[in-house]
Design a protein around this ligand. Structure first.
Ligand SMILES: [Zn+2]
Length: 121
């Protein structure tokens, strides 16, 4: 299960950002996952709950939100851009297979929410 490795990577990246920004606690991470990436959101969520409690003090209790990005492909024969699912490599317009994936294969951090800094009132 490679999701755990991915989750550790994300946590480490977020942790690094938190250190740079002098943040003590990260509340929420929004992650973009491409529709045809090899990452399965449900597994990521399962790993996440365990990993945030054990990997970093700053990430304890941090919530994860996954946004699935639509996959898009481009056909070089007829210059059509089409949703990769369900057509796959075959262009739905001209039936050609000189196509490539434009987007939908990535896993990236979209944004991070941090806890409010303690006020000294
Ligand atoms: Zn085409």
């Amino acid at each position: 299960m490679h999701e755990l490795g991915i989750v550790f990577n994300i946590i480490d990246s977020v942790d690094k950002i938190a250190i740079e920004k002098n943040v003590d606690s990260v509340k929420k991470v929004i992650l973009e996952v491409g529709e045809v990436s090899s990452v399965i959101p449900r597994y990521v969520e399962d790993c996440w709950k365990w990993a945030v409690e054990n990997r970093s003090q700053r990430m304890k209790g941090c919530e994860l939100k996954i946004i699935v990005l639509k996959a898009l492909s481009y056909c070089q024969d007829c210059e059509e851009t089409y949703p990769t699912l369900p057509s796959g490599r075959k262009c739905p317009k001209c039936g050609g297979n000189h196509t490539y994936l434009i987007t939908g294969n990535e896993t990236q951090i979209q944004s991070i929410e941090v806890a409010d800094p303690p006020s000294d009132k």
